[in-house]
Each structure stands twice: as structure tokens, then as C-alpha cells.
Ligand binder design. Structure first.
Ligand code: URA
Length: 420
């Protein structure tokens, strides 16, 4: 029997594995005749590089859920995974569906990979720590590489991921990929400098095009089970509870002190928040920060979040115009803020504007009627409704603006004094 050497250029070479597999399948090459191996090419870490692969299209129809399992198994540490996966495709080619054994094994492997991904993601610091962060991991390169997309949306601010196999640099805009660093214990500033020099490959290098991204696709049940805020944030990266995720840059999760006793809930991220991956950092956020300081509070000691976690907008030319979230989006997003409240257990929750208040109270709210008083929430903690800071920004009249701002600060002060 003729044998075939199938050489991949790295443990995360999903593109190579997929095109070779398609080619073998279309030529009916049996799995036992294929010898998979990894052989790094010289240009693997070059800034740019072309690559020639067989371009057979898929001779199989692979169910979507099985495609997702394939990516997960590919990112696992199973030593013979290239062969196992090719055999699973061969089975589909022969019998029209995956084997029961493959399904069972792959689901178990996928669950382990998912847990590892969430652990890796939860070690990433929040975006409010804006400068370069160095994160170390013992995850295998196929797992870290499978997270290249999600990790840049989890932490949009710069970071460097170091492992025994790989150096990944995200500068806030682009990736650089390189081999492991030789002196990974140097002081912080040197490490950043060295990592940027070590990681020379860009995504324009064809070896780093398709890395078989693994999404953890959260469910509402997952949000109820999670036991920490970093874990919840790690899940929220892949949120697709409504269609807003398809257009926004990233999920803007809550941020602040995990021991905060006060929670502020706004509506949804705006343009700046969407780009920076942080709540309340645009014009409304700046006004909110000022008012909170005047009221005697400090945003770093609070937890700041939104009822809806993705930016809803319409594109007009090169401007993105804010759109109010509808009830469908508010309902779809509700599990996140409930989980944040369950994990944070704030003594006081301040609802900023109609969306934050309606989402939290689960009923329509008229802010002018319900604002400026403390009341009990379902869990016996204290709630307070006030206006949204963007309402103050929109007031055309300077006198009204000043008057309303003073009332807003008084509301925030009332909430803070309820902590005493
Ligand atoms: N408005 C909000 O409700 N939330 C933000 O994060 C920013 C603006």
C-alpha cells in the first residue's frame, strides 16, 4: 500500500491539516496509509510568507456541531489527534455520519479543552489596566493559538502571552507571533522589548491564517453555574445571545473591584466603550466619573456594568450612531447582569437610566417617577434609580444641565451613604 507523509508546520496548523485531509479524502486515501508529523518550515516566523497547499474542496458534508468538535479536539493535547480526526472524517465518508465512539470521545475532549480555555482567559487582566501585561501559561501552543481571536477581544489593551512554546504579542491592534523566548525571566520592560523582537510573524504570514478558533459559546445555564467574575467575563467573550455580537467589536463586560459593595448599571456600551472594551469611558463615562467623585465615591472601588453588553448602532458614513437596545436584546442579555449580581452580592445597586432600571427590575420603569429614593430589591439589598449621565449631556439648556447635574450627584451621594 502506498503511504503518504502529511507534514504540518506547527501543532496549531489547522489550515494544513484541513487541506491535506480534504485532499486525501477526495483521493480515498485510507487513514492507515497517512503518517502525520510536524515539521516547522524556515519561514514559519517570518513577517510574511506564502504557502502552497492542495486546494481540494471538502468532499464531505460535516454537521456544524461536529465541525466545532473537530476544532476543539485539534486544540487538545491528544498526541495522535491529527490521525484520530482524519479517521473520524473517513468514517463520515464511509457511513454518512460520525461514529458513536468518536462523538462520545470528542465531546469529552471538547469539555476538557473548554475548561482549559476558560482558565487561560480568566488569567487575563481587565482592560482598565491599560499598559502591557505579561501573562504566562503552560497551555500547549495549539490551545493558545486557537484563542488568538477571542483573547484580543477579551483584552483589547496590549498583552504578551509567554509559554514554553510560543510568544504571542497583541499591541491593541495587531498580532505578532514568535517562538518561545530564551530569557523569559527578564524584568518587565526588557521582556516587553524582547518579546516584540522575538515575535516577528504577522497574520499576513500564510502559516498563521486559520488556526481553528475554538469558541466556548456560553449558554444561560453556564452563567448560572460560574463561580467567579473573571470566569464569567471569560465566558462572555463568546456571547451570542442576540444578534448585536455580529456587529460590535467586543463584549464589554463589567469592571471594577471584585469586592465592591456598590454596583452601577448603565444601558449599553457606546462607541468608545466598544473600541476600548470598557464600560463608561466615553463622554457619558467621564461625566459619571466626575459626578461620582463629587458624591464621595471612586469608580475603582465600585463595579461598573451595563444591562446590555454589546454596542448597538447604525453606520452612517464613517460614524456609528447609538441605537437604544430593544426588549429582545435586554432579555437576551439579562443572564449576564444577574450573574454579575450573584457573584458580586452588592449592598447597593444604582440603576442609571431607563434601560438599566427596567432590565434590573424586570418591568418598565419611568425614571422621573422612581428616581432619588432607596428601596429594597428582591434579594433584600438596596436599589436606587437615577438618570443616565448621557441624559445630562443631551440637555440643550445650560441652566437645566447644572440643575440636573446637582440632582444626579445628590442621587449618587444618597446611594453611597446607604453603604454606611
Ligand atoms: N452608556 C452606558 O449606558 N454605558 C456605557 O458603558 C457607556 C455609555
Amino acid at each position: 500500500m502506498q503511504s503518504f507523509n502529511a507534514k504540518l508546520c506547527s501543532p496549531s496548523d489547522f489550515l494544513g491539516w484541513r487541506s491535506l485531509s480534504r485532499d486525501f479524502l477526495s483521493r480515498q486515501v485510507e487513514a492507515s496509509a497517512v503518517h502525520w508529523s510536524i515539521q516547522e518550515t524556515e519561514t514559519l516566523y517570518a513577517p510574511q510568507s506564502e504557502r502552497i497547499l492542495p486546494n481540494a474542496s471538502s468532499p464531505l458534508k460535516i454537521p456544524r456541531f461536529f465541525g466545532r468538535l473537530i476544532s476543539s479536539v485539534f486544540a487538545s493535547a491528544i498526541p495522535d489527534r491529527f490521525d484520530r480526526l482524519y479517521r473520524s472524517l473517513e468514517h463520515i465518508q464511509k457511513y454518512g455520519e460520525p461514529s458513536a465512539t468518536d462523538l462520545k470521545d470528542f465531546e469529552q475532549i471538547a469539555a476538557e479543552v473548554r475548561a482549559q480555555i476558560l482558565r487561560l482567559r480568566s488569567t487575563f487582566p481587565e482592560n482598565r489596566i491599560a499598559d502591557w501585561q505579561i501573562i504566562r501559561t503552560d497551555c500547549p501552543p495549539q490551545l493558545t493559538d486557537s484563542q488568538i481571536g477571542p483573547l484580543s477581544r477579551l483584552r483589547t489593551a496590549p498583552w504578551i502571552l509567554l509559554s514554553d512554546h510560543r510568544t504571542l504579542c497583541w499591541n491593541g491592534q495587531d498580532y505578532r507571533i514568535g517562538p518561545a523566548m530564551t530569557d523569559a525571566d527578564a524584568p518587565h520592560a526588557d521582556l516587553v522589548h524582547q518579546a516584540l523582537q522575538t515575535a516577528t510573524a504577522t497574520r499576513a504570514n500564510a502559516y498563521w491564517h486559520e488556526l481553528g478558533t475554538v469558541h466556548v459559546t456560553p449558554t444561560e445555564e453556564n452563567t448560572r453555574e460560574v463561580q467567579s467574575l473573571p470566569h464569567l467575563r471569560s465566558l462572555a467573550v463568546d456571547c451570542s445571545f442576540c444578534d448585536l455580537c455580529h456587529h460590535a467589536t467586543c463584549t464589554v463586560f463589567g469592571e471594577g473591584s471584585e469586592t465592591a459593595s456598590i454596583l452601577f448599571v448603565g444601558e449599553q456600551p457606546g462607541d468608545q466603550e466598544d473600541l476600548q472594551g470598557r464600560p463608561f469611558v466615553g463622554p457619558a463615562g467621564k461625566l459619571f466619573d466626575r459626578a461620582l467623585r463629587e458624591a464621595g465615591g471612586d469608580r475603582h472601588e465600585a463595579w461598573i456594568s451595563n444591562a446590555v453588553k454589546h454596542f448597538k448602532f447604525v453606520q452612517k458614513g464613517n460614524r456609528r450612531i447609538h441605537q437604544k437596545p430593544g426588549t429582545t436584546e435586554m432579555h437576551a442579555c439579562a443572564p449576564w447582569i444577574s450573574a454579575e449580581r450573584r457573584l458580586l452580592r452588592p449592598r447597593v445597586t444604582v440603576m442609571l437610566g431607563v434601560t438599566g432600571a427596567s432590565a434590573l427590575l424586570g418591568r418598565p420603569v419611568t425614571v422621573s417617577r422612581e428616581r432619588s429614593r432607596l428601596f429594597k430589591l428582591d434579594d433584600d439589598s438596596i436599589g436606587l434609580v437615577t438618570v443616565h449621565p448621557s441624559y445630562l449631556l443631551r440637555l440643550p439648556d445650560e441652566n437645566a444641565k447644572t440643575r440636573e447635574y446637582i440632582k444626579f450627584v445628590a442621587d449618587l451621594r444618597m446611594a453611597i451613604s446607604a453603604l454606611a
